[in-house]
Design a binder for this molecule. Structure first.
Ligand code: CUA
Length: 342
């Protein structure tokens, strides 16, 4: 009779603490806002796991604390506790139940993955290039940006490439994370479901400035996206036409700021990941192999297109991605800008 009373109290307490623990977990705000179709099944699975975590936490903690309090040894009681030797049924239960749970979670997880990886043949594609330390987004329409723009409610297939080491593409609001592997193209499919501003961050330690390897991700309505895309196509054409003419230091300065040069090369003489551009042009540059080279147009052009051909003394080889996606005229504009800094 006494045992039955304890059993009922403990069962009620376990259920109560389970519910409280579950809502406590939810209230911490572990998940950022959900902004993709793919995050729905992932969040559903997380919710299931939170419920299981809350239940098993209570299943262990409640009987433990209850025993400590209720079955505490009385003062002066020096007798041994009752000797207990195994319990076949209990052992069968605590072997079978976890086995069933693990198998069930495996099946649910596989089905979940299938939903997350579902392919829409209509998906539009964007090439994503990760490098130490930044992101570049190359659109099939022929323009390149440093901010990833995506239309809402339309699947996009991002083809991920790295120019140097392992990186990882992660937008927490989209939930999915995918590594970038040098020499290989990895795929990342996402259907943004919420208009807004997000951020892609690198989730694979990749060197000194890993923590700064971020880029804005902007999800637009389909109409706004179409306008933006047409603007970019027009802009790219104009830039190409303009750069085909006389090189221009002003355009070069804009490229310096927007193409990622700025992240590593200062223009005020301070040392960055790469050599400063201040006073660079026509100076004598010491190289890692002990020779020196005159920083003429040919050297600067080669350093932009094939950065590891000549490595400047004191700087690591392969630190810079090649910028061969730049048009000839754009490289000329950058050289023209560097000339103004000598
Ligand atoms: Cu790229 Cu960390």
């Amino acid at each position: 009779m006494q045992n039955k009373k304890h059993f009922i109290i403990i069962t009620v307490l376990i259920l109560l603490v389970s519910v409280l623990t579950y809502y406590a977990l939810l209230s911490i705000g572990l998940m950022p806002v959900s902004a993709s179709i793919q995050s729905k099944p992932i969040d559903w699975l997380f919710d299931l796991e939170f419920k299981l975590i809350a239940f098993f936490f209570s299943l262990i903690m409640v009987p433990l604390v209850y025993s400590l309090v209720v079955f505490r040894r009385k003062d002066g009681d020096e007798t041994d506790g009752p000797h207990i030797e195994g319990h076949t049924n209990l052992e069968l239960i605590w072997t079978a139940v976890p086995l069933i749970i693990v198998i069930a979670l495996g099946v649910i997880g596989a089905d979940n993955l299938k939903q997350v990886l579902a392919v829409d043949p209509q998906a539009h594609q964007v090439k994503v290039v990760g490098f130490q330390w930044g992101w570049r987004f190359e659109y099939p329409e022929g323009f390149t940006t440093n901010t990833l723009y995506l239309p809402v409610d339309q699947q996009v297939l991002l083809n991920l490439e790295s120019t140097d080491v392992l990186h990882s593409f992660w937008v927490p609001e989209f939930r999915i994370k995918q590594d970038l592997v040098p020499g290989q193209i990895t795929e990342y499919r996402i259907t943004p479901s919420l208009i807004g501003n997000y951020k892609v961050r690198c989730a694979e330690i990749c060197g000194t400035s890993h923590s700064y390897m971020e880029a804005p991700v902007i999800v637009l309505s389909q109409a706004d996206y179409a306008v933006w895309r047409d603007d970019q196509i027009k802009l790219a054409k104009e830039q190409e036409l303009a750069s085909a003419g006389k090189p221009d230091a002003g355009r070069g300065q804009v490229l310096y700021q927007e193409s990622g040069c700025k992240a590593c090369h200062s223009v005020d003489g301070s040392k960055g990941v790469g050599p400063t551009w201040d006073g660079l042009f026509e100076s004598n540059v010491p190289l890692a192999d002990g020779t020196t080279v005159a920083a003429d147009e040919a050297f600067v052009r080669e350093s932009i297109l094939m950065p590891s051909a000549k490595v400047v003394k004191g700087y690591s080889p392969n630190a810079m991605p090649n910028f061969s996606y730049l048009k000839d005229g754009q490289v000329n504009d950058i050289i023209e800008y560097i000339k103004t800094l000598k």
